[in-house]
Design a protein around this ligand. Sequence first.
Ligand code: BEZ
Length: 210
Amino acid sequence: MSLRLMDEAPDFTAETTVGTISFHEWLGDSWGILFSHPADYTPVCTTELGYMASLSSEFAKRNVKVLAISVDPIDSHRGWINDINETQNTTVNYPLIADPDQEVAQLYDMIHPNANDKMTVRSVFIIGPDKKIKLMLTYPASTGRNFDEILRVLDSLQLTAKHKLATPVNWTDGDDCIIVPAVTDEEADGTFSDIRRVKPYLRFVKQPQS
Ligand code: BEZ
């Protein structure tokens, strides 16, 4: 069955470049990003995994653990990481799952046979501390993802988890936020200050400081 938002992220145990990981246990109370790449020693993937490594302090700030996966074996991953570190001027410091039997890839529906029956597509799952799937993205092999967008979504998700706020089009951290429709005007007045009411259903507030 295909996965949907707010489904529980399927748990698994897998071999990775830092040893065997039991996914839910490894996540603990953190947020998680599980992202697939089609194959090792390929150009677009090399840039993507390097960039993800360069964002490590951003993920740490947000209490997010990152986990990559492809269907290539562990020795291949290890050799390729050296290339990524060398060419992308970074240090890959998150685990890569080796999934030659496609067990995790199938669990997360990452093999799209009409695109390619052997490689994973470029999937991204953001998983909350409650182990529920908060975001799913699927990109074709030929398009490198925009991982700054993943940070932006994490900021929005974490804001919503803390306050009864949503984020408007192209929002970035620090921009005004939207009071969610489920909040009545009375509740909004008791919770937020300086509400800018454009329409009864379109109510903006400054982003809370914390
Ligand atoms: C790449 O990462 O460059 C790539 C992988 C599979 C197909 C096309 C491009």
